[in-house]
Design a protein around this ligand. Sequence first.
Ligand code: SF4
Length: 425
Amino acid sequence: MKVLFNEIKNTLQSELAAIKLFIIREGLNIDGVELKKNIEGYPEKYRTKRSIKKTALKDGYLVDTEKKDVPWVPEEIFITVNSVESVVKTNYNMDSPFHIMMEKGSLFVCSRELELQIPCRLSMLPEIDQLKINGFTADQFLQLIGSDRIGILGYDGCSGWFHGKQCRFCDSCASRPGENRARPSLNDLHNKYADNIKTWLDDVQEDYISGIEKAYRFVHEHVNIVPHCHLLVMAGNLHDTSLEWEYMLTLSNAISAIKTLSEIDSYLNLIPPKEKKYLQMAKDSGYRHLIFNLEVFGDKAYQKVCPGKHALIPHKMFLERLEQAAILFGSGQVRCGFVMGAQPIEDLKSGIIYLAKRGVASDYTVFTPKRGTPWQKHPKPDILQVAQLSKFLTLIYKDYGFKPLYCNLSSRSSIMNECYDNGIA
Ligand code: SF4
C-alpha cells in the first residue's frame, strides 16, 4: 500500500489530495460508540449519519431497510495536511486501512500501513439546527455542508426507483420507515397521490417553500458562512421534467427574493429540461451555474446504466441541453457529473474532452458499490486510475480555463480542488 500511496502522491503532486483520495476510496473505520463515550454532545451536536444503510423499495415505499440499531458515524470530517484543511465525506468501512483515533482529546485519521497520523476534526452542526420551523428542525429545509455550502433539496426520492429504472449505482436518499419529514417525498407522490404531480405539489409545495424561505433567511442573517458561500439547489427526478422545472424555479425565485442568486456562487442541479426555455428561465432566476449529471458518456452506456434518466431525456438531447446551457451561462459555468468506474475510462475521457470543447466542465465521483443496488457487486475502479483521471481532468480545467467545483472546504467527494490548487501545475 505504501508503494501505491507514493505513486499516487507523485501523480497528483499533492499529499493532501492523495490522502483524501484514499479516504474517499477506502472509507473509514470509525467506532461510533467510542466517539459517543469520549466526545460531549456526540452525535447530536455533530453532522452524523447511521453507519450502515440499505436502500430498498418496500410495499411501494423507498426506505432504508437496515434494521439493526447501528452506531452513528461522522458524515464528513475535516483533515489537515501541511497546514491546508480539506473536507472529506466519510463512508463507514470496518475493513478500511484508515481509522479515527482519539489521543489526549484530539482526533486523528491514522493508517498503520502508511505510518500516517494526521489531525482531523468533526463537523459541528451550526446554530441553524436549533431552529424549529413548523415543528421541524431547520435541516429539513436546508443543510449546511462542509464549511460554506448551503444545500436545498426539492424533495426526497427519485422517480426511477419506483419503476426499477434507477441508475444502477444509486442508493438514493431513502428515509427510515415511519420517519416524519417536512420535505415532500416521492413516496407520498407515488402511494398517496397515484403519481399525480400537480395534485401532490398543490398540497405540499406552499408549506415546504415557506419553510425553506424561513431557514434561508435565518442562515443569511445569523450564520457566518465562510469563506465563500456556495449554494446548491437540487432534486432527483420527477416523471414530468417540465413540472419539475416549474416547481424548482418557483422554489428558486422564492429564495432569490431573500438573497439574490446572482450574488452568490449558486448552482441548480437537475435533469436537463425537455423544453429549452427553462434554461433561460434558470438564468433569469439568477443562477450562476447549472449542473446536469449525465453519469456516463455514450448513448449505449447511458441507456444501460441510467435507464430512468434515459426514459426522461435521451442522450442526444442531454448533450444538446448541456451545450445550449454553456452558450447561455458562459464557458465553464455549466458542469456535468460522471461516475468513474461505471464505464471504460477511455470512453469517459472522450466525453470529458467532447464537453470541454463545448464549454462544459466535467466532474466525477468514484463509484462505490452500495448494498441493495443492482451494482452492489460491481468492481470499484482502480485507485491509481482515479488519480490519473484527476490529473487528466486538472489539465483539462487548466487548458480550457475551467475551475473545480466549490472549494476544498465544501467539495467532499472530489479531490479536484486539492489537485488544482496544491498539486498539478
Ligand atoms: S438520477 Fe439516478 S443517481 Fe440520481 S437520484 Fe435518480 S436514480 Fe439516483
